[in-house]
Design a protein around this ligand. Structure first.
Ligand code: ADP
Ligand code: MG
Length: 322
């Protein structure tokens, strides 16, 4: 099968009438229609075999994850997904594998009304790079730079479960099979919090999606906003889904949830007076949220336990070149 047959068979789909994509796969460029008053939100994320995923991962789950991590960036900005491109490097053509990849990819794309509008296909080490395009009303995007002193700090969903699964894969932790299966799904098929990001527009003052670990990603928000924060490590540890089902000491729970990574939850800030609006947005989006701290003037991140005592533990975030 040649390059063009491959594209036609697995990645070219019928045009969607009245969608944002005016011209999709097949020409030199794709064309995207933007509604008046909207800004285009753009983000790229690359997944490299051995670095971002294990070679044994199911193809459909990989297709899901490649798009999910990109949609997560749109979610963090409060942008609505419109379309994406896929740049694919493959060592060889395995039709069953490609069919699986396309199935996982399009299932998530269709769930978000996000169309594949183009890409590139080449032979090489297995590598997937997706660029997503979303829309957000001019000036309404949630940014890392908007946190203000006195704001409360929130996080969506559950943290640490993807890292728990990775530690089991690495043989450093052992947990019951059902706990592992659930954690593995969180690692391989993260849920981008798109609906929550949209619902938080006009409520949240800043947001980021958690890919490298809460403590590190929060650091980006604090620096961009010129503020600091105190974080309740035990409130964060309480979000670990596996917590009730497996005995992990407090330090391990904190490590998984504060420095685990691959969570794709949203961390965001909102004025203290808007807590009820945050809760309502979360209910509307169908995802739980937890209040985990407060923004302060003193720069840096102070991690405390439920009693307010400083937690003496380092929470290094993931760094590809660190
Ligand atoms: P060009 O040579 O102009 O770069 P290509 O031959 O690479 O174009 O691609 C032909 C068409 O197929 C283009 O519209 C391109 O966007 C699309 N395409 C190529 N690879 C993919 C892919 N993996 N997924 C979706 N569309 C793709
Ligand atoms: Mg090309």
């Amino acid at each position: 099968m040649g390059e063009f047959d491959l594209i036609r068979q697995f990645f070219q789909r019928p045009a969607v009438p009245d969608g944002a994509v005016a011209l999709g796969v097949g020409d030199d460029c794709a064309l995207l229609d933007l509604a008046p008053g909207m800004q285009l939100a753009v983000s790229s994320d690359m997944l490299v075999e051995g670095r971002h995923f294990l070679s044994t991962v199911d193809a459909a789950r990989l297709g899901h994850k490649a798009l999910a991590v990109n949609l997560s960036d749109l979610a963090a900005c409060g942008a609505r997904p419109l379309a994406f491109t896929l740049a694919l490097s493959l060592p060889s053509v395995d039709e069953a594998w490609l069919a699986g990849l396309a199935q996982g990819l399009f299932a998530l794309a269709d769930a978000h009304g996000c169309q594949l509008m183009g890409g590139d296909t080449t032979r090489g080490p297995l590598n997937l790079c997706i660029t997503v395009f979303g829309e957000v009303p001019r000036g309404a995007a949630l940014l890392r730079s908007g946190a203000r002193v006195g704001d409360e700090l929130w996080v969506s969903g559950t943290l640490g479960d993807a890292r728990l699964a990775l530690e089991v894969f690495r043989g450093r932790l052992s947990v019951p099979e059902t706990v592992f299966a659930a954690a593995r799904t969180r690692m391989e098929q993260p849920t981008p919090r798109v609906a929550l990001g949209l619902a938080l527009r006009g409520i949240a003052t800043s947001a980021i999606d958690i890919s490298d670990g809460l403590a590190g990603d929060l650091g980006h928000v604090l620096r961009a906003s010129g503020v600091g924060a105190t974080l309740d490590a035990d409130a964060v540890a309480g979000t670990l889904a596996a917590r009730g089902a497996v005995a992990l000491d407090a330090a391990m729970q904190r490590s998984l949830t504060l420095a685990g990574g691959d969570d794709y939850e949203l961390a965001f800030t909102a004025p203290a007076g808007r807590a009820a609006d945050v809760e309502a947005a979360a209910r509307a989006a169908g995802v739980p949220v937890t209040r985990i701290g407060r923004i302060e003037a003193e720069p840096g991140l102070r991690v405390v336990d439920a009693q307010g005592r400083p937690v003496d533990q380092r929470f290094a975030s993931f760094d590809h070149f660190g």
